[in-house]
Unconditional design. Sequence first.
Lengths: 385, 314
Amino acid sequence: MSSLEIIDLKTHFPTPDGTVRAVDAIALSIREKETFGVIGETGCGKTVPGLSIMRLLHTTAMAEGEIIYAGKNLLGVSEAEMRAVRGEEIAMILQNPTTSLNPVLRVGEQIAEAIQLHQGLNKRGAKEKAVEVLDAVKIPSPSRHANEYPHEFSRGMKQRVMLAMGLACDPALIIADEPTKGLDVTIKAQIVELIKKVTEKKVMLLITHDLGVARILATNPDLIIADEPTSSLDVSVQAQILNLMKYLQKKFDHTYLFISHDLDVVRIMADQIAVMYLGQLVEIRKTRDRFNYAKHPHTQALLSAVTRLTRGAEDRKRTLIRGDTPSPIDIPKWVQVSHTMPTKRRDLHDRKAETCRNRRKASCGMSFYLNIENRNVYVTANAMI
Amino acid sequence: MIDYILKRMLQLIPALLLVSVMSFSIIYFAPGDPAETLCTGPDGNANPKSVEEFRIKMGLDKPLYTQYLIWLNNVLHGDFGYSYQSGIPVFDHIKRAFGATFKLSVVSLIISLTISIPLGIISAIKQNSPVDLACMVGASLGVSMPNFWLGLLLMLLFGVYLGWLPVAGYGDGGDLEHIILPAITLGTGSAAITARLVRSSMLEALGQDYIQTARAKGVSERIVIGKHALKNALIPVVTMVGLNFGYLLNGSVVVETIFGWPGIGRLTVDSINMRDYMMVQGCIVFVAVLFVVINLLVDISYRYIDPRIRYEAA
């Protein structure tokens, strides 16, 4: 049985330069207890169906077609009926928690508002319920935080508050518009897990450009790209996150493309490691081959720079990198010393490197193709990949 | 918070010293002489002997810096001197005049806010509609109309032709009848400016993401506007209204003069005309203190409207 059905929805915005067809004749059907992902790049109009369902579009916008929810066409009901639906039956978690929370109202008050409105609770009852919801989204000491203002919250916490606000009245359908946009990957992962947990028995329409998030929430993920997921955390938390990622990988068969500058982290996580330097992939090898046999001078330097606490470790000779990183405009010869990649890949890479050399350009946008096959590949990046 | 207020109060000291030195010297160097002005009889000639006597009595024969230091010393002992003209202590004059100005200011502020806030909100909600256009044309008119002209028109209409209200005067301690016309005159101008500001900051607030959040919760449009948008929109408005109230409290010379309102603005100008040095000096210092205090109050009030603001006595 379908919970929400969108039939031939057209949402157009008339502008002086002509009509913008933000959504043009889309049709979709969301079953009960299902998570449905909508993916697309920025500006492709993926937020608009969500706003059309909620009827929160700008007054000049024109929405045609049918949005059938609980047997009625939401595009046809009165504004008062629509208000009763909003927040209570369908909740929308808007993107960007920083600007989506009212800066001058207390967080608890903002959550309690919908509860008071839809569930007929008095102010105190609604406040208590709001604290419960904050607790459910794992805000620590929720009763204290309920009395704080949004600016006292971190971004991840604000996102949790947005979630709490959406879940406050236990809606049947949740529209999540980029629920993890602008968050650190770690916090993103937490939020994603949280969404997963709290929306278990609910219908969710997820709008995102983030394939990773969509995959985790909507289907089983095949590949997750983690860009510096632990770089700003302290060691104990870092370990927790890494363990969590490993656990998730085993459970869900994730594949990670793990980007980090931290060799220890990568040793724990990766099966294969690629070292990047000055926009080039200088070395790829399997983790079990040990770093000690690294051929490229930069890899050697990187390795020797790692502080070890084992006995006698401090006696070994360090290769220190002298001076600044060479300019990527004029890449020195030694950068391309060694490639210990499989032949095929190597050929591909050499050609790329050749082009780079010839152009003598910074961040030459080198793209490379890795054979991932459920293996973790490590890229230590001094430049973008 | 208390540290912050204390710090601001300390900053007041150099400002007041500077203000008093400047006003003291300006009056001193300005043409005219209080002794001659006061001692001029109906025949138009001052008696040189009594002029000289007055000068010595009031210490006007001493050099400027000595006069200033004497004045400063007295002020620090709580003595603002006596009016040359009436012989009554300056402070009593100021107290009475300020009472009148305060009444007028409060009433005009109330009038100004009751007009401007609803108009600003309506214009913002009905942006680009005929209602909005009418409000904003009205606001432009209100800003550009000189208030003495508006005052005279109101006087003519309600005082002369309709006879509903007294034309001018203070009445029985500034009763409502007498206060209405000058208050409307003063309130209209500031209402026009405030309405424009309310409109623009409301428009800004209504475009924010949290408004969408509120709507997505199913909150009615009235609460969206009256609670979520207005509370944010009021932050800049408070600054302006506060400063405006500061100006009102300094007394509007023009309006007080045409309506015969015995306020602080008129007192200052009259004292200047009479070369009543002590009065002028007292008025100027009083107004300066008032302005700084109002500014401080505005700054403190932010804290209650905008929780993001914290004060530190840095």
